[in-house]
Write a protein that binds this ligand. Sequence first.
Ligand code: PNS
Length: 169
Amino acid sequence: MPDNFTKRIAIYPGSFDPITNGHVDIIKRAARMFDEVIVLIAFNPNKVYLFSVEERMEMIREIFKDVSEIRVDCYSGLLVDYMKMSGANIILRGMRALSDFEYEFQMALMNRRQTKNIETVFLMSGFKWFYTSSKLIKEVVGLGGSVKGLVPDNVHQKLLEKYGAGNRG
Ligand code: PNS
């Protein structure tokens, strides 16, 4: 390892309410590109959450328990402040369709305005997960539909617990 080696740390912030297979796909792709990926449960004031921060952290930790390059953390302040504290300068976000673009572009530019030396890197999610979103997952399970295969098994189980037995999940 060269003397001047600096660890390439990417922060993957989001609500993850709950984490989906689309998120997992992005995290796995990122783990091949960076030395460390921190999955950060951050606060989005525009959302009402189904799962507590602790529940979301536990689900994500369980999924990546055997992957040393992936860490899970939470933060309720500004993302750029967390970046400064952690010494990371890359924000990672997944992009599915064109409909994601405007929201992502605005956040990336706002974060860049807050602080220098931070770049947002976008990864395209796998085609399989094009239509997978936490919002739709909750809506479908809440109304008794099936989301099996769209979320990790432990998340599927938790969703069934939240919405009650008898649900097809
Ligand atoms: O999964 P989401 O809800 O689309 O993620 C949005 C999130 C949590 C990344 C964003 O709301 C965020 O960065 N929250 C932390 C507070 C902050 O820095 N807000 C300014 C964003 S430009």
